[in-house]
Ligand binder design. Structure first.
Ligand SMILES: [Zn+2]
Length: 412
């Protein structure tokens, strides 16, 4: 662990300090202690939290940075790569770190760029025990590898925070429009989610074992940010994530900036306000083949609009994907080859201004927009269920029960 030189906490150029001369005689803010790391107020330091070793005996730890503000304020956790192949958050953390000035900061920011270190080393979403770390919270000191790491993370970091922002990307060759998934019925969460300023706010049910659920149970206001794709840096998603975190910090009065980063503008030059959605669905391929996409991230679609076409390798059209409802495209497959049942396009419903749709009005068709954006589920973990229940997805394409509104329409 090393204490890095930073701006002096008594720097008179600090804008809040200059507005509050009385602060000069007040007691200095106590330091932040984590294990043998102590960070003085107005300082930034890096540290690490030990976790189980590699099979080689090599020690492993969670790398982290603590930016301990000169002034009192809330404690915010920013974490990423809880899925080891989701790299976008690592870059978001780096840029957020650059933007923080400890001498001006009110409160403390704990940044953990790589939570799933084992998976990160191999570009793997999961841990070596094939468990999903984001289904292993709050964890246990005597449980599985995933459970032990979750326990350390919860016990030493999450429970010390007021606010948590967990950064994710799409998985398995899928990419996501920048979006916040959160418990929007909670007013505090709703306020922070709105302050983040992502293009879409998605009401997301809590899932057992997720960091978001465990954090909320521990009294931490949690936001989950999704944007971009695994194993790639997606510049718009990274920029949206950095600006969003800075807007949340500004909303919490942690930073002295007069204004937060401005919201992106729409075609008319007006600040673009987030779209609120309480329901979403992955449209799945009804035939195996080669996909031509007709919709891109952020596109507004009406019910029935064409999203994608599946051909065979000789050019015969096999099926078409259409929008199940009026909405916005928040996720799409990047890999052109699909098997029957593969998730192709993710549409979030836009609620008509006059209606107040219930979030569980059509639970079979609604995508459970939980934290990891895996519409396909995994057979090797019974507790890792599909997040996109799609009752007709395994039906024979010619079944009289078809078509489901979330299915690719088959002309044959
Ligand atoms: Zn993830």
């Amino acid at each position: 662990m090393s204490d890095e030189p930073t701006m002096d906490g008594d720097d008179p150029s600090s804008s809040r300090s200059s507005r509050s001369p009385a602060r000069s005689w007040r007691r200095r803010r106590p330091g932040f202690t984590l294990g043998d790391l102590e960070v003085k107020a107005g300082r930034s330091a890096i540290g690490e939290v030990p976790i189980p070793r590699l099979v080689t005996g090599t020690p492993v730890s969670l790398p982290l940075r603590v930016v301990h503000g000169r002034h009192d304020g809330p404690t915010m956790l920013v974490s990423s790569a809880i899925h080891g192949d989701e790299l976008g958050g690592v870059e978001i953390v780096r840029r957020v770190t650059e933007s923080l000035v400890p001498a001006d900061l009110h409160g403390t920011v704990i940044l953990v760029p790589i939570v799933n270190v084992h998976g990160f080393l191999t570009g793997d979403r999961y841990l070596p025990d094939r468990r999903d770390l984001n289904r292993s919270f709050p964890g246990s000191a005597t449980g599985s590898l995933a459970s032990r790491i979750a326990h350390v993370f919860m016990d030493q970091l999450v429970t010390r925070c007021d606010v948590g922002i967990d950064l994710h990307t799409g998985s398995d060759h899928r990419t996501n429009l920048p979006q916040i998934r959160a418990e929007l019925d909670d007013p505090t969460t709703h306020d922070l989610a709105t302050a983040f300023g992502a293009p879409v706010l998605l009401q997301a049910k809590l899932r057992d074992g997720s960091l978001r659920a465990a954090g909320l149970a521990a009294g931490v206001t949690m936001l989950l940010y999704e944007g971009g794709e695994a194993l790639r840096f997606d510049e718009p998603a990274i920029t949206a994530g950095v600006d969003g975190i800075r807007r949340v910090a500004h909303h919490l009065d942690m930073t002295p900036d007069a204004e937060p980063p401005p919201l992106p503008r729409d075609d008319q030059g007006r600040p673009r306000t987030p779209i609120l959605s309480r329901r979403s669905a992955w449209v799945r391929a009804r035939r195996s083949g080669v996909t031509s996409m007709a919709a891109d991230l952020g596109d507004r679609v009406d019910k029935g609009d064409l999203l994608a076409v599946v051909h065979d390798s000789l050019g015969h059209r096999l099926s078409r994907a259409r929008a199940p409802f009026d909405g916005v495209v928040i996720g799409r497959r990047q890999h052109p080859l699909v098997h029957q049942g593969d998730a192709v396009v993710h549409v979030a419903q836009i609620e008509p201004p006059t209606s107040h749709a219930e979030p569980d009005a059509e639970p079979d068709a609604a995508h459970d927009a939980e934290s990891d954006d895996r519409p396909d589920g995994r057979a090797d973990h019974p507790d890792d269920r599909s997040v996109a229940p799609d009752p007709a997805s395994t039906n024979d394409p010619t079944s009289p029960t078809d078509p489901s509104p979330t299915q690719i329409q088959d002309p044959r």
